[in-house]
Structures are given as C-alpha cells and as structure tokens.
Design a protein around this ligand. Sequence first.
Ligand code: SAM
Length: 443
Amino acid sequence: MSAPSRSRRTRAAAPAGPDARGTEIEVEVGPVAHGGHCVARHEGRVVFVRHALPGERVIARVTEGAEGAKFWRADAVRVLEADADRVEPPCPVARPGRCGGCDFQHVTLARQRELKAAVVAEQFRRLASLDVDVTVEEAPGSPDGLRWRTRTQFAVDAEGRPGLRVHRSHAVVPLDDCPISTAAVVGSGVLGQRYGNVETLEVAAGSDGAAPLVVATPAPGTRAHLPKLPEASVALRTPEGLHRVSGRTWVGERIAVRGREHAFRVGGAGFWQVHPAAPELLGEAVLAALEPRAGERALDLYSGVGLFTALLADAVGAEGSVLAVEGSERAVRDARKSLHELGQVELWAGAVEDALADPELPARGTDLVVLDPPRSGAGRAVVAGIADLAPRAIAYVACDPAALARDTAFLAERGYALDGLRAFDLFPMTHHVECVARFVRAA
Ligand SMILES: C[S@@+](CC[C@H](N)C(=O)[O-])C[C@H]1O[C@@H](n2cnc3c(N)ncnc32)[C@H](O)[C@@H]1O
C-alpha cells in the first residue's frame, strides 16, 4: 500500500471529526510501504507508522488525522516487541518528532535495502501488473550509511539557525551536524551559525577537491545577512539570478567510467547525482542496459549537465551521435562548457515534451534512449513520443519507483517490455532508492 499523494491526502485526511493528533495507540506493524513508513491497522483504519519495522508491536502516537478519517499517520514512540534488525539511530535527532531528513536510521543497512526492494516490487505489482525480483545493491564508499550526501539543502528557522525540517512540517530542527552529509558539506561551516533573512542554504561539494559551494536564498524583498564562511564559495540566489559573494559559483565533478575520464561543471548548486558513487555506478548501469555500438544514434532525455551524454558519446564514438535534451538553460550552458570537445554531441535546451514533438527528431533516427526524469516521471505522452522513435533499447533511470512502474505500464501499451531492472542504495538511511530499467520492443 502506498502513501496517498498530497491532493488525495487533502481529501482523505480532511478533518472528519475531532483532531486525533497526540492519541497513542498500540498496533502490530504490517508491511513497509512507499514513503518511509509501514502499514498498520487500528479499529478498521489504516495507520502509516514511521520509525517502526514490519512485525513489531509498538505504541504509535498519531501525527496527522481526525477521528472519522480513513487513515492516520503516526510515529512509533515506544517499542513493545522489537525486530532483530532494529538498531539505535546514529544521529541524535533521527527520532519521532525531530529531524525528518532520514526515515530508516533505526534499521540495519542490510534490512533497509530489503525494505526498499519490497517497495520497488510492490510498486511494479500495483502499477505495472508485473512481478519483479529485485535486489537493492549497496553503493560503495559508505559502509555505515553515513557521510554520503554531497548535496544538502538546509532550511533556516525564525531565529536564523540552519537545520532540517520535521517530517511533513515547516518546523526546523537546528543542527550542528548532519551525519549523512559528507565531511565537505558539513565542513563548509554553514551549520551552527546565525543568518538574517535567509530561507534556505544549498550546499554542494564537488569531487574536484575545491571548496564547497553554499547558495543562500534570501527571504523575498529582503537583504540577506550571512556569517563569514571562509571554507566555502558563497553565492546568493535571487529572482534576478545567482550573485557571487566569494569564490566560484559552480562546483567541479570528475568521473572515470570504462577507463575514460570526464570532468563536469555544475553551476549554482544545480542537479548532480547526490551520492559520490552514483555518477559512475549509474553510468555503468546505463551503458550495460543499452549496450551501445560504435556509430549508433543516442538520445539523452533530461540530460542535466551531460553525465550520460558524455558516456554515450564515448561509446558510440565519433561516427555516432548523441542528442541531449535538458530544460534548465544553466545546465545546458554547463554541459556546453564540459563537453565541447565531443563533436558527436548536440545539446537542445527545452522541454523534453517539445523536443519529442519536433519533426527533426524522427528524421535523425534513434537507436538508443536514456531518460532520467524528475521524481514525477516521464508520463504517458513522453513515453509515447519515445516509443514512436522505435529505439533498439531504452534505459530508464528513476528516483521514484512508483513513477517508474507507472511509466513501465505506459511503455507496455506502446510495445516496449521491461527486460532488466537494477536498484541501487544511493540514499542510505532514507526511504529513497534509485532504479535503472532496460526496455526493448516486445517480441
Ligand atoms: C534527475 S535529473 C537528471 C540529470 C542527469 N541525467 C544527471 O544524471 O545528472 C532531471 C533533469 O531533468 C530536467 N528536467 C525536468 N523536467 C524537464 C522537462 N520537462 N524537460 C526537460 N528537462 C527537464 C531537470 O532540470 C534536471 O536536470
């Protein structure tokens, strides 16, 4: 069972009686569900319980819901019968009612991966009518599941203290450390400081060893007051654009895949895969899924600063071609700077939906497609546009298994079948999981 979406939530959890928040109930916890919680039942009502494990008996405190509502949300505040895979959370604020950044700190890493595999399988069963047998693979470099997040966005509370938000709340838990963020992100010095008129602080630490970049977003119509951050580059994000305060306004990334090295520039804390192992792991998985041949024509949709573009360009060689489509003009500018030596690459700035409607696209011919859409997925129209190009193989990189499963069903309608699925634990301690799926034309 999945957590309801925000719009459905509004209807289902709308006050239907006295507020039940704070009520404590004893429940036996059922299976894990998408969203970082498990499903329990209490007096006929579904209760989504965080900080619990399947099979446990807990006292759960209701955090959302009214007496007559169809479902409640709750936190396990006392464990009566603990599962063998329960551990003490390594972070002191990964607790009910405190920081909402992590979902699974109370679970061993091996069991976290099993829970995520169960969620992926459930989404495919429910949304694509497919039984998949998936193993969530450990990512190298973070054996304890900590210090892997190279990008972290901190919020700032009313007193000007940076931290992370309570789950499904605007309240901020002030922090001096975030143990899942890398030493470089924390070493930027943003935490434990006071800020004036700042709403968010995005910290990005690149793999080129340079100082991390801190991008502060001031409250609308105000002038931000920042402390000195000598260990970081600093920029301000305003409606007019990014303003340099000190150092660089971009971070540098370096990767090596199949013996070839690439360097990327990522401006203004723009999108880059968050786990340090992710670019190479996903890059290798995409190449394995597509098996590109010299001279083939590839399409990289939602291409960001060109991670998969560069790898595909190597694989198809100078006789082949790669067309990359990306909606963020800044990311396309970065890709242009990073990939200018690859003559077989062409970059289009604009929406994937528009690119697929461009008559030039079918005329070019497409052998391979990689797509890496945002959490919402590609959707029926984009999937139809891709299938119309009749590629030999499609690699779909997905950060939300529900969106992937939905798009898998749309691809099946258009004659493309799932022909391989891998999943990676690129977000330890959280409920997030990254998948790479291969699709080919159904026989
Ligand atoms: C998950 S990121 C993937 C980026 C890249 N593949 C990588 O691994 O670094 C998704 C990208 O899609 C872009 N994007 C989101 N919606 C888009 C749309 N409708 N059309 C084109 N690009 C879009 C975002 O700007 C972002 O760069």
